[in-house]
Design a protein around this ligand. Structure first.
Ligand SMILES: [Zn+2]
Length: 607
């Protein structure tokens, strides 16, 4: 089988960025949104009762508009990712953002009309066959509606946001584009890297000396512009806090927890489990340092590859990677294998290794056609195969929800990372098993540790930082020196004071702190990772887990995270037990890594 390395976007809209079909679609969405707004102004619950036919029409219309926008968004961002220099993408994206704001305003209006429906009448509404499947989502919308201010004010906030949070977020991108990192490589030759290149090399370059030379230059580059980044972060957070305050909210974790349908008690338990169970990862980092000839690992070593003699990794062709994923998915779930095969065969994936593409990887679904698109750059490493398996895991999640009402497909970020991590785990484990030498196995296990190290240590530090930053920001503007200190202390705490170097400017270099839609873009990853490990542990003990797994995925936008786990796994997320079962899986990997590397750091004396 020969699969194309390029995707086909024509089934979304024909004709590229200037697509007439896209233009017509956006025009239609605009008209429909305005019409929906008018209908909502006139809607009256009492005269619509008891059948609520008018409301059913309205909510169906809103879902169609939102699905249409998602389809258009995917199309435009796909073109932009595959061709970053395309000058026609930004103006179209701007049109989409404006449209999104209009839809947001109408959606807010719908939330507010729901508040006007008396409780008893609302309960009756939710029992109607047409509305019952989205009962949870409508209840969420009504609850959100209770916190909204009057239409005029909400509209003003949405409009101001375009030059507020959204503007600061895109200003961050502009600033990062000006960052260059000049330094001397391991041979003493001068090199200048862009921020993106430096970031990749800092964590991923195979030469420890190269990484060690790069770290101080990297920190200096952010130091040079730290005031600009501090302004950006302060104003982004300041806008957000003012918005919370206007809605009577003083707890800055409330919205992120709500967005993830997660309780504060569960988050507390997760961090407790992480803090109580990190010693084995610190031991792993010490062992890694020893293999690199050091006493302690530096910041630049924590995710670095290990280049052991004889550890030449298997190089996959794209077709081999596809076959490998389909085969190992199939051992767990035939339906996952079928979906992966479909994604390869139907040109849903852009994987070509060429210049002019955006970095990174992502999956987005196309709700109107129940398809997905996956973006990545495939170079043939086992890591790329894992990335592909990760994105296909996301695609599987979307595909099993494709027949549900659009509102019921709106799963949150924490559970979004569940199916992806799950897909990745299946393939990463298969990679380790397929290794033909100890050296190769060590290299692959080391790569597999990137996730737990990121989740338990790095992301833990980011959460500690962000919490303390928001506490301080509630009182004052935070200076660059204070931001550096907050970050350094958070890293030392999370990494158990075990590293020889740190990255105090991570608050400036990490994009995740500057996303306008969401703050605390960190704990959902940890949840998703540990949740999928827990499911993976369960899957290995359960026959025919496939149906149970799919049933769980289909409910991911239909209840709280706690109810989801209780209903489909029979576990209580506020207690540590379920999380610890996942931690045990990582511990096994680390134990294997320690066993295999022991002779390398404690060579047996010759007789
Ligand atoms: Zn993902």
């Amino acid at each position: 089988m020969t699969y194309s390395l390029n995707w086909d976007l024509d089934s979304l809209f024909t004709g590229g960025i200037h697509s007439a079909q896209l233009k017509a679609k956006l025009k239609q969405i605009k008209t429909d949104t305005a019409a929906l707004g008018d209908l909502l102004d006139r809607w009256d619950a009492t005269s619509d009762a008891p059948k609520f036919q008018q409301f059913i029409k309205l909510i169906t219309q809103l879902q169609a508009i939102e699905a249409g926008l998602a389809q258009a968004n995917l199309f435009v961002s796909s073109i932009g990712s595959a061709d970053i220099a395309n000058p026609d993408v930004a103006p179209t994206e701007d049109r989409l953002r404006n449209l999104e704001t209009q839809i947001q305003t109408v959606s807010d209006k719908l939330k507010k009309v729901l508040v006007q429906v008396p409780d008893a009448q609302f309960a009756a509404m939710l029992n109607l066959p047409a509305l019952q499947p989205i009962a949870f989502n409508l209840t969420e919308m009504r609850d959100a509606g209770k916190e909204l201010l009057d239409d005029k004010t909400e509209n003003l906030i949405n409009q101001l946001n375009l030059d507020g949070k959204a503007a600061w977020s895109s200003h961050y991108d502009s600033l990062v584009a000006t960052v260059t990192v000049p330094f001397h490589d391991a041979n003493g030759d001068p090199v200048t890297l862009s921020a993106g290149q430096a970031d990749n090399n800092l964590l991923g370059n195979a030469d420890p000396q190269y990484r060690a030379n790069l770290l101080p230059a990297w920190e200096q580059a952010w130091t040079d512009k730290e005031q600009l980044f501090a302004d950006t972060l302060n104003h982004l957070a300041g806008f957000r806090l003012t918005e919370y305050q206007a809605h009577g909210v003083s707890d800055f974790l409330r919205a992120p927890l709500k967005d993830n349908r997660l309780s504060a008690a569960t988050l507390k338990t997760i961090w407790q489990v992480v803090d109580d169970n990190k010693q084995f990862l610190l031991d792993y980092l010490d062992r890694k340092a020893a293999l690199l000839g050091k006493k302690h690992a530096g910041w630049q070593d924590v995710e670095a590859p290990l280049n052991l003699p004889g550890s030449q990794l298997h190089h996959f062709t794209y077709d081999e990677a596809a076959a490998f994923i389909i085969k190992h998915y199939g051992e767990f779930s035939p339906k996952m294998a079928v979906l992966a095969q479909k994604a390869f065969a139907n040109h849903w994936i852009e994987a070509e290794d060429r210049a002019g593409k955006a970095p990174g990887g992502w999956m987005e679904s196309a709700p109107e056609t129940n398809e997905s698109r996956i973006f990545m750059t495939f170079t043939g490493s086992p890591n790329d195969v894992s990335t592909l398996a990760h994105e296909l895991g996301h695609a599987f999640h979307s595909s099993v929800m494709g027949d549900l009402p659009y509102l019921r497909q709106g799963y949150a970020m924490n559970v979004a990372e569940t199916a992806s991590t799950f897909g990745e785990l299946i393939v990463a484990d298969a990679n380790v098993k397929a290794a033909t030498s100890d050296a190769e196995k060590i290299t692959l296990l080391n790569a597999k540790m990137d996730n737990p190290v990121a989740m338990f240590l790095n992301i833990r530090a980011r959460f500690l930082f962000e919490t303390r930053f928001y506490q301080l920001r509630q009182q004052k503007l935070v200076t660059p020196a204070e931001l550096n200190e907050l970050m350094l202390n958070a890293q030392k705490e999370a990494f158990g004071h075990d590293l020889s170097t740190y990255s105090p400017h991570l608050w400036a270099s990490k994009l995740h702190f500057y996303i306008d839609d969401l703050s605390f873009y960190n704990f959902p990853y940890v949840f998703g990772y540990l949740f999928s490990l827990g499911i993976y542990a369960k899957a290995q003990q359960t026959d025919n887990f496939e149906d149970q797994y799919i049933a769980l995925l289909r409910d991911t936008a239909n209840m709280s995270s706690e109810s989801l786990a209780q209903k489909h796994l029979g576990v209580d997320l506020t207690q540590p037990d379920f999380w610890l079962a996942g931690v045990d899986l990582i511990k096994k990997d680390v134990a294997e890594f320690m066993r295999l590397t022991d002779p390398l750091v404690h060579p047996t004396p010759r007789a």
